[in-house]
Design a binder for this molecule. Structure first.
Ligand code: ADP
Ligand code: ZN
Length: 739
């Protein structure tokens, strides 16, 4: 037994400390144990993250005791946290915090215990009960309820019998019942109803996909499979049956979904198939619920976990499968330290646990597809929709020509209006889509496509209808709406009325189709009025003819009666100052198009744009992922962007611009000689959002195929570099947003 334990303490120190293992704890202590250790003059809590035979430190202190309810974090998760700390350059205790929810970590976190009532042998004595019925009717009723149900929590029992807890106490005094404390599970799903389902007979393409996944699982080796299947090709059914296989092998599974509140239908399908075996983790759980779910998983009572990003750390023992649904989604990236990407963490966890990871998408990220092309991941395609329904036809409308043709400019093109009219006449449904809510309320000249921007923040200004002002959401700058389009070559007066928000779209649609039932769904409408579940329910049941929304409506929803999807302004994502802007546009358009024509009628998609010939829009029109990939990867290779290389971004910020740029230059000067020639170093330069909330922002980029060639020297430089007061620095490995 090793004598020395490596401990990470719950202080922000970014390192591990050595402690002696006392005789009494020799047996019990393992990697993942929570302990109390002396630190300076205090006692602090920490985790054992490893053992060693000897130490560089001369005089070591002893571990004091085990902490908490003897919680042990699974060793694989400790290893995962150490990997994250290294790869994402995060302090190790911060990585551990990400792995272990606060609700479990917190001092004193424990199960809730409540008073529980059970019957005693006296309750079976019919003579005594009969006499009780005569003398104390209420007590007798309590006893009847209890005998029917077995045992119940005190307060629920009193309620069910229509009486007070005092009545139950009287029964206890008479010896009919006993009251004790019992662990109560705080169940986040008690109010949910779901229909149990059975596995469906699979289509050929699904059978092949499932067979590959099962074979990989049977081999007992870590393996990553990229399941590239068009929307509606039956990926989810494949996940469900692959999980069945994991359970049959006695192993558990984790399913990651991008944002649990946006994918209620997916969650319901998992619940319907697996019911009680599932634990659902999402951000709206109370601390108590989170604590109980964690232990339900840890103790093996829930073998399947479904959840967003952080569910990748669920303490499932003997993990057999991790599914990352919609693996291309940016919500898998955590935008604060540790800045991990749950998809990539899933792949690493799969390696540690020797289990299979399935990445699923209709529009794989370029990174994942690149890995598949190079043989690092195995590619499985589901090229057809279930029942071989046709893919929708996509129709691109050039809004510049539209403006010239009609002399006036409209939010909805003639083609779109006609197509909508035809659908309404046939009692079919329509979805109108405006991507990126943040930009959706900006003023875009309907004639030339000019976007009003903030002079000092390099972001589009947002139009506020109530005050009639253009505002910058970053610095707070505001100005009245210009009378004409500020583009000197345009100057169109229609600019003034060009607000492109979903609200405006709603107004226009209501005006054109006064008898249709129209509903808008974006984060404004859903916080104020109906919950979006309710809106989606109304849409599914046909109460709504036209649903207008942001990307919220683009994801994972199935509406068989939707035969037309209109994209109001496809260029919005293209204008982002980000090397992934084309990829994002292609993904969004493909996802949106996937909403159309799931029923018996073929769907149609109408895409309105000012840049109809951009490759992303053309590839989306032809639904040709491979062509888009080839072209885009060539561009990424040429400019040395991911996936052709790895990227790391150093962000620096401060209130005084000169100080930020000076420190950035100085840091760069120290860093440069430490890097080998294989690393491309660029910057420092102002970030695309150069100033935010009064802080000036600068960036330095490192690019290299080998992550360690960047992280190892950078860690060394960061450890020694003294940032002046008021300047902050953060490191983002594999950044998703470059703003
Ligand atoms: P994806 O996840 O690829 O978008 P889904 O798994 O949601 O596709 O499948 C789309 C629809 O087809 C769902 O309503 C699903 O219930 C149905 N479906 C999937 N597989 C089958 C099958 N083998 N037989 C019949 N219906 C299926
Ligand atoms: Zn601004």
């Amino acid at each position: 037994m090793p004598r020395i334990a490596k401990v990470v303490v719950e202080l922000s120190l970014g390192r591990e400390f050595d402690y002696l293992v006392p005789e009494a704890l020799q047996k019990e202590l393992r990697v993942g144990s929570r302990v109390v250790v002396p630190f300076g003059r205090r006692e602090v809590r920490g985790y054992v993250v490893g053992f060693a035979e000897d130490s560089d430190v001369g005089k070591l202190k002893e571990i004091d005791s085990l902490a908490g309810e003897g919680t042990v974090v699974p060793e694989k998760l400790i290893q995962l946290a150490r990997w994250m700390a290294e790869y994402y350059l995060a302090p190790v205790e911060q990585a551990l915090k990400a792995v272990l929810p606060a609700a479990v970590r917190r001092h004193g976190a424990r199960y809730r215990h409540r008073l529980f009532v059970t019957t005693t042998v006296a309750a079976a004595d019919e003579i005594a009960v009969t006499s009780l019925r005569k003398r104390a009717r209420r007590q007798a009723r309590v006893l009847d309820v209890l005998r029917e149900r077995g045992g119940m929590f005190l307060s629920e029992l009193a309620k069910a019998a229509g009486t007070t807890t005092a009545t139950v106490r009287s029964l206890e005094r008479k010896g009919f019942v006993s009251i004790g404390s019992r662990r109560d599970r705080r169940d986040p799903l008690t109010s949910r109803v779901y229909l149990p389902t059975q596995p469906l007979p699979l289509m050929d393409q699904q059978k092949e996909a499932l067979a590959s996944i099962e074979k990989a699982m049977d081999a007992g080796r870590p393996d990553v499979l990229l399941l590239f299947g068009v929307t509606g090709s039956g990926k989810t059914e494949v996940y469900l049956q692959a999980i069945d296989h994991a359970l049959a092998l006695g192993r558990g599974a984790i399913v990651l979904v991008p944002e649990i509140s946006l994918t209620p239908q997916t969650v319901e399908r998992f619940l319907g198939r697996f019911g009680e075996k599932i634990a659902v983790l999402h951000s709206r759980l109370s601390d108590g619920e989170r604590h109980d779910e964690w232990y339900r998983i840890r103790e093996g009572r829930a073998r399947i976990v479904i959840g967003a990003r952080s569910a990748v750390f669920a303490p499932v023992e003997n993990l057999g499968l991790i599914v990352v649904d919609e693996e291309h989604e940016t919500t898998y990236k955590q935008e604060e330290a540790p800045r991990y990407n749950a998809r990539d963490v899933a792949v690493v966890r799969g390696r540690l646990e020797r289990c299979v990871v399935v990445l699923g998408s209709a529009t794989p990220s370029l990174e994942s597809f690149y890995n598949a092309r190079r043989g690092k991941y195995r590619l499985i395609r589901l090229p057809h929709r279930v029942d071989h329904r046709r893919m929708p036809s996509v129709h691109v409308v050039d809004m510049r020509i539209e403006a010239q043709r009609s002399g006036k400019v409209h939010l909805l093109s003639r083609d779109l209006v006609e197509a909508m009219r035809a659908r309404l006449e046939r009692a079919e449904q329509v979805m109108l889509f405006l991507n990126r809510r943040g930009y959706s309320t900006s003023l875009i000249c309907p004639k030339c496509g000019y976007v009003a921007r903030c002079g000092s923040c390099s972001v589009a200004l947002t139009f506020h209808r109530d005050t009639q002002l253009l505002c910058c959401h970053i610095c707070g700058f505001r100005q009245p709406v210009p009378e004409r389009c500020p583009n000197p070559e345009c100057g169109d007066p229609a600019f003034r009325y060009a607000g492109m928000g979903t609200q405006k779209v709603e107004d226009v649609v209501r005006r054109i189709f006064p008898r249709a039932s129209v509903q808008r769904m974006d984060s404004d409408s859903t916080t104020r009025k109906k919950a979006h579940q309710e809106i989606l329910g109304d849409f599914r049941s046909g109460k709504i003819d036209i649903l207008i929304g942001t990307q919220m409506i683009a994801k994972g929803l199935h509406f068989p009666n939707v035969t037309l999807v209109g994209v109001i302004y496809a260029d919005l994502t293209l204008h982002m100052p980000d090397f992934r802007s084309a990829e994002r546009t292609f993904q969004l358009l493909t996802q949106v198009a996937g909403r159309a024509g799931r029923g018996d009628v073929a769907g149609e998609v109408i895409v309105q744009t000012y840049t109809p010939y951009s490759p992303a829009i053309q590839a989306a029109r032809r639904m040709d992922y491979d062509a888009f990939f080839d072209q885009e990867v060539e561009f990424r290779h040429e400019l040395q962007y991911p996936p052709a290389t790895r990227m790391l971004c150093i962000n620096m910020a401060g209130k005084v611009e000169e100080a930020v740029s000076f420190s950035a230059e100085k840091f760069m000067g120290v860093l440069r000689p430490e890097l080998s020639s294989e690393v491309i170093l660029s910057g420092p330069a102002p970030a695309p959002i150069a100033r935010a909330r009064g802080f000036y922002r600068y960036q330095i980029f490192l690019r290299c195929r080998r992550p360690a060639a960047m992280t190892v020297p950078l860690r060394k430089v960061l450890a020694d570099f003294k940032w002046p007061k008021g300047i902050s620095c953060s490191v983002d490995m594999d950044p998703q947003s470059l703003l």
